[in-house]
Design a protein around this ligand. Structure first.
Ligand code: AMP
Length: 543
C-alpha cells in the first residue's frame, strides 16, 4: 500500500472538489452571512497567501480569539495546510492565562473578532511573540483599533493576497492545531493535534454509530470552536460535505432556535447547559425543533430528564457523548445496541445517560488503585485510562506530562464503571476542578485566593450540582477566631482576581474542614456533607 500521509489537506480538497455549492452560514447580529465551500476554499488559499506574506511559515502558530464562524474555519485550514498550526484561545479566560498561553505556544499571529476587542486589547502588551494582529470586521463593516503596531484588517488581507496554490508536503505527525486545557493548579496545559489525529477523529465522528455526520446533514456546532475544534465536528462536516451553520458573536438560545428552524439544521452539538436553555425556551415558545434530527451532547453529564424531554416531547434523537481535550476529543458515544430497543423505558434511558461505548480505534482500561483492571459489572469503579491514535502522548513543552501520560496510557482522572454491555459511566472526577457551563474553574486557585482574606483561616472549594450550569463552586470556609466575616465580604475579596463566572454564589461557614490521611482537605467528605443528594443520583446505576 502507499505510504499516504493522513492530513487535513484531503479534507479541504474533497470539499472543494465535490461540494463547492454547499453552504456555510454564519449568524451576524444584523442577519446572516452565506458562503459556499467553493468560495471558502478560495478564501482559505488567499488567507494562507496573506499569512505567508506576513512571514508565517512551517511550524509557526496562528492564534484565534474568535466566536464560531466561517472565518474561524478559514484560519483552521489555512494555518494547517501551509504547515503552520492554528491555536484556539478560550475567549472566557482571564488576561493572565491568555498571556501565558500565547507566550507559551509562541504564537506569531493573532486573529480576533471585532466584538472581542475589549477582552483581548488589554492583553496585547503582554504578548511577547505576536508580530501581527488580524482583526475581523464587526457587523457594521467597521473594525476597532486595538493600538497594536502591526494590526491589519482580516478582510483586507484576504482580498489583497494572492492565493497559495502549491501546498507544501506535510508529515501526518506534524501539528495542525493546538488547544490548551485548564489544570488543577497552575497554568493551562497545551495539547497539540497532529494532522493524523484530526483525520482519524474526523472519520470516527462520521460513523453511523457515533455522530453520523453526512452530506445530507446541516450541522450547527454550538460547542465553541475554541473547545477542541468544536469537538472535531467542523472537520467532519467539511470532509463529508454537510452544510454548516455557525452562531457568530454572542449567540443566545433564541438565536440557536431560529438558526435550527430557518437554516434546516439536522444535527447540532453542545454542552448540557446550552441544551437546557434551548429546552426551556421551547417550553415557553411552544414551537418545535423543525428539521433537527439529532443532538450530540457532551462536555458534562447529560441529565436523564433532559434526554427524555428531547426524545419524548420533541422527537429528536439525543446522543450523549464523552471525551476530553487530550483525546481530540470524543472517545465515547452512547447509542443503544440492537436488542436494547425492547428494554423497559427506564433501562433504555439508563443506557443513554451513560457516557457510552468506546469509539473504534481506541483502547480503554478502567483500573483500581493498584493499576488492575476492575470487573465490567457496572458497579466496580476505577480510573479510566485511554490510548490510541487520537489520544495525546504529552502536554506541549510541559513537565507535568509525566504525571498524566504513563507507560503509553493517558490517565484521564475520571472515575468510571463499565457494565456488561460495555457502556462506560463516569461517576466521579479526581481532577480538583469545577465544570460550569462547559468551562473549567480551578478550585485550588479559588481556595488560595480566599485564604488570602485576613479573617479566613481555611477555605475549600467543591463542585455542587446546578440545574443550569451543571456545576457551580461552593466555598467552605473556616473563619479565624473572633471573626464574624460574612459571605458577601469573603466573595468580594477575590472578585478582582478571577472572571466573574468563577465566583462562588454560596459560602458555607464551618468550624473545621475534614482532612485526609495525607493532610489535604477531604473533598470527598465535604461533597458527602454538602452534595449528598447529587451522589445518590449520580452513583446509582439504575438511571
Ligand atoms: P475538556 O478537556 O474541557 O473537554 O474536559 C474533559 C472532561 O470533562 C472529562 O475528563 C470529564 O471530566 C468531563 N466530561 C466530558 N464529557 C462528559 C460527559 N459526557 N459526562 C461527564 N463528564 C464529562
Amino acid at each position: 500500500m502507499m505510504d499516504y500521509p493522513l492530513t487535513v489537506r484531503t479534507i479541504y480538497q474533497r470539499a472543494q472538489a465535490l461540494f463547492p455549492g454547499r453552504q456555510l452560514v454564519t449568524r451576524l447580529p444584523g442577519g446572516v452571512r452565506r458562503t459556499t465551500y467553493g468560495e471558502w476554499a478560495e478564501r482559505v488559499a488567499r488567507l494562507a497567501g496573506g499569512l505567508r506574506d506576513l512571514g508565517v511559515g512551517p511550524g509557526d502558530r496562528v492564534a484565534t480569539f474568535c466566536w464560531n464562524h466561517d472565518r474561524h474555519l478559514e484560519v483552521y485550514f489555512a494555518a494547517a495546510l501551509m504547515g503552520a498550526s492554528y491555536h484556539t484561545l478560550n475567549i472566557r479566560l482571564g488576561g493572565d492565562q491568555l498571556a501565558y498561553i500565547v507566550n507559551h505556544a509562541k504564537d506569531k499571529v493573532l486573529v480576533c473578532d471585532a466584538e472581542l476587542a475589549p477582552a483581548i486589547g488589554p492583553v496585547l502588551p503582554g504578548l511577547d511573540t505576536v508580530e501581527h494582529v488580524l482583526v475581523l470586521d464587526g457587523d457594521d463593516g467597521q473594525r476597532p483599533d486595538l493600538g497594536f503596531g502591526a494590526e491589519h484588517g482580516y478582510e483586507d488581507l484576504v482580498e489583497r493576497s494572492a492565493p497559495m496554490t502549491a501546498w507544501p508536503e506535510l508529515d501526518e505527525r506534524q501539528t495542525a492545531g493546538i488547544c490548551y486545557t485548564s489544570a488543577t493548579t497552575g497554568n493551562p496545559k497545551g495539547v497539540a493535534y497532529s494532522h493524523r489525529a484530526l483525520y482519524l477523529h474526523s472519520l470516527v465522528v462520521g460513523l453511523v454509530d457515533t455522530a453520523a455526520i453526512s452530506e445530507r446533514d446541516v450541522l450547527l456546532p454550538i460547542v465553541p470552536m475554541f473547545h477542541v475544534n468544536a469537538w472535531g465536528m467542523p472537520f467532519a462536516a467539511t470532509w463529508f460535505g454537510a452544510g454548516q451553520v455557525y452562531g457568530g458573536p454572542a449567540p443566545t438560545p433564541a438565536d440557536y432556535l431560529r438558526l435550527i428552524r430557518d437554516e434546516g439544521v439536522t444535527v447540532s452539538a453542545g454542552v448540557p447547559t446550552v441544551w437546557l436553555g434551548i429546552l426551556q425556551l421551547l417550553e415557553s415558545d411552544g414551537g418545535d425543533l423543525g428539521p433537527l434530527q439529532r443532538i450530540i451532547c457532551g462536555g458534562s453529564a447529560a441529565p436523564v430528564s433532559m434526554i427524555r424531554a428531547y426524545e419524548e416531547r420533541h422527537g429528536v434523537e439525543f446522543v450523549h457523548a464523552y471525551g476530553m481535550t487530550e483525546a481530540t476529543p470524543v472517545t465515547h458515544f452512547s447509542r443503544l445496541k440492537s436488542g436494547m430497543d425492547d428494554l423497559p423505558v427506564e433501562a433504555r434511558y439508563g443506557y443513554k445517560a451513560k457516557q457510552g461505548l468506546l469509539v473504534p480505534g481506541l483502547e480503554q482500561r478502567v483500573v483500581d488503585a493498584d493499576g488492575d483492571e476492575v470487573p465490567a459489572d457496572g458497579k466496580s469503579m476505577g480510573e479510566l485510562r485511554l490510548r490510541g491514535p487520537s489520544i495525546a502522548s504529552e502536554y506541549l513543552d510541559d513537565p507535568r506530562s509525566a504525571q498524566t501520560f504513563v507507560d503509553g496510557w493517558y490517565h484521564t482522572g475520571d472515575v468510571a464503571t463499565v457494565d456488561q454491555a460495555g457502556y462506560l459511566h463516569v461517576v466521579d472526577r479526581t481532577k480538583d476542578l469545577v465544570k460550569s457551563g462547559g468551562e473549567w474553574i480551578s478550585s485550588v486557585e479559588l481556595e488560595n485566593a480566599l485564604m488570602g482574606h485576613p479573617e479566613v483561616a481555611q477555605a475549600a472549594v467543591i463542585a455542587v450540582p446546578d440545574e443550569r450550569w451543571g456545576e457551580r463552586p461552593l466555598a467552605v470556609v473556616v473563619r479565624k477566631p473572633g471573626s464574624e466575616v460574612g459571605e458577601a465580604e469573603v466573595v468580594a475579596s477575590v472578585a478582582g482576581k478571577f472572571p466573574k463566572w468563577w465566583l462562588p454564589e454560596r459560602v458555607e461557614f464551618v468550624d473545621e474542614i475534614p482532612m485526609t490521611a495525607t493532610g489535604k482537605f477531604s473533598k470527598r467528605l465535604l461533597r458527602e456533607r454538602f452534595v449528598s443528594r447529587l451522589h445518590e443520583e449520580e452513583g446509582s446505576d439504575e438511571r
